[in-house]
Design a protein around this ligand. Structure first.
Ligand code: ADP
Ligand code: MG
Length: 493
């Protein structure tokens, strides 16, 4: 592949070495398990967590004479993913045999796509804190997953579990356009968001449905690309970041010592936070790729693609633009809401017919903040969109103050119930009765004559008085009314 450098070197991302600056170059190969009930070439189930060798057909076990039959659902999912990545869809692609031996690969080869993948070039937009960057996608191809060797079940024997053997994977290969560990993490996060919106991969890295091979090299800023090392099968976004930071510095140290980088495959040890050598890099020709004679080239029509394209869901970039345009949210808030489709839907349920910014505030700061603190998912939130909406309605109607609203949120979170009812039953309504507020204001002013005198010169002190009155009213006084009355009585108006 000829590499075109599309990025301008950015000093903020450089590694400072003993001999000058270095730039990190990263390209990722992400394996994403296709969401599909059956495997790529057999009818066996893909269900996670079954006992070993329960999801294995004769095809997956490579019994002699068995023939693979392509699963049309997996083809559809790969095309939909390609469309979501704004990529070229190839109406004709070819399945090849990638030959190698491994005990958990009974066929002796993996069926993959090599020269003619189902999806060609696409792109992924990253919203970094102070810039938007476009990362090129080189290709997406379909391939089989392998089984798993189990070495920890018996003192002298290894076992093989073929449940994953033949499960459909999409390998999504980026161009070497990433320039920092933060960008690499953002890329994986964004890719996972897109896959989840599309429903083509569940993105659960802890269950192995998404794994990343991270290619890292370093070079002098803007210079020739360096020799890369590939860190295999990194299974969390945090580890991707850590492995890049470690690997780039390891390479810089070698180069600054006058050494050379061996192109090799490495593993990330998450306990030590280090990468270590696994094997020297294999080349494509080592695998003796050739078209699988059991499978015809994969061909479909443009109409088939158009039909799928017409039924794609709204994707995160479009949703973000709509949240900014229609609801007037900041890009920052919109970003937080669209990362998961469920969060975006929840926000829209709350914001329907209400003040959108206030709704975003409550969803993000109060609800998400609280969920985070408790380590709970939105799906298990004790506060529903309807309940949060009612709390916002009560604030908007002036029935409760913002401060009381937080107490109310706390009650709904721990006890549940209808917010309006709770306010009614527990006497949490805001006092707008000016007479009652005035009595408290007078009391506080009388108790602090010196401060009241100072406030004439230092209007900032009014804030202190507002605080005292609010406290005395147990947060129920209308803060605006308190403010107005205080200014009037102190003589600032
Ligand atoms: P191969 O098929 O041998 O693994 P590719 O050229 O397809 O090699 O590249 C695999 C991955 O490595 C891609 O994600 C690509 O962006 C990345 N890559 C290629 N060259 C470099 C480099 N010099 N530094 C970092 N990543 C690179
Ligand atoms: Mg590769």
């Amino acid at each position: 592949m000829t590499i075109v450098d599309v990025r301008t070197p950015d000093p903020k991302k450089f590694i400072k070495g003993a001999t000058g600056d270095w730039e990190i170059v990263i390209g990722m190969e992400v394996h994403a398990q296709v969401t599909s009930e059956a495997k790529l070439f057999s009818g066996a189930s893909t269900e996670f967590g079954k006992d070993p060798n329960n999801n294995v057909s004769l095809v997956d076990a490579a019994m002699p004479g068995m023939l693979p039959v392509i699963n049309e659902e997996c083809v559809r999912q790969a095309i939909r993913t390609g469309l979501g990545l704004k990529a070229a869809i190839n109406l004709k692609s070819v399945f090849d045999r990638k030959n190698y031996f491994y005990p958990d690969l009974p066929q002796g080869y993996q069926i993959s796509q090599f020269k003619q993948p189902i999806v060609g070039e696409g792109k992924i937009l990253l919203d970094m804190p102070d810039e938007q960057v476009e990362i090129g996608v080189e290709r997406l191809h379909l391939e089989q997953d392998a089984g798993k060797s189990l070495h920890d079940q018996h003192p002298t024997m290894s076992f093989v579990d073929l449940n994953r053997s033949g499960v459909a994977l999409m390998e999504i290969v980026s161009k070497p356009d990433l320039r920092s560990s933060d960008e690499a993490k953002a890329y994986l996060t964004k890719l996972r968001t897109i896959l989840r919106y599309l429903g083509t991969c569940d993105g659960n890295m802890d269950q192995g449905s998404m794994r990343a091979d991270v290619n890292v090299s370093v070079r002098r800023p803007g210079g020739e690309f360096g020799t890369r090392c590939e860190i295999k099968n990194v299974n969390s976004i945090r580890f991707v970041g850590q492995s890049i930071e470690y690997e780039a510095r390891r390479q810089v140290a070698i180069l600054e010592d006058g050494g050379e980088i061996d192109q090799e495959t490495r593993l990330f040890d998450s306990v030590k936070g280090e990468t270590r050598s696994m094997r020297s890099k294999e080349e494509a020709h080592d695998y003796r790729y050739f078209p699988d004679p059991d499978l015809l080239p994969l061909e479909f029509s443009q109409e088939f693609v158009d039909e799928l394209s017409g039924h794609l869901p709204e994707l995160p970039d479009d949703k973000k633009a709509r949240f900014i345009g229609d609801y007037g949210l900041t890009a920052y808030d919109a970003d937080i809401l669209v990362v998961e489709k469920a969060s975006a839907d929840f926000f829209e349920d709350v914001a329907k017919g209400r003040d959108a910014k206030l709704s975003a505030n409550w969803v993000i700061n109060e609800l998400f903040g609280r969920l985070n603190k408790e380590g709970t998912d939105l799906a298990d939130s004790p506060v529903s969109a309807g309940q949060l909406g009612s709390i916002i309605d009560l604030i908007k109607a002036g029935t409760i103050s913002g401060k009381i609203a937080k107490d109310l949120f706390e009650i709904v979170w721990t006890e549940g119930g209808d917010p309006a009812r709770i306010v009614e039953d527990r006497g949490m309504k805001q006092v707008t009765d000016l007479g009652a507020i005035e009595a408290i204001v007078d009391e506080i002013l009388a108790a602090n004559p010196d401060k009241a005198e100072q406030a004439k010169e230092k209007p900032n002190l009014v804030g202190w008085f507002v605080g005292q009155v609010m406290k005395a009213s147990k947060g129920k006084a209308n803060p605006q009314a308190v403010n107005d009355l205080l200014k009037q009585k102190i003589g600032l108006e």
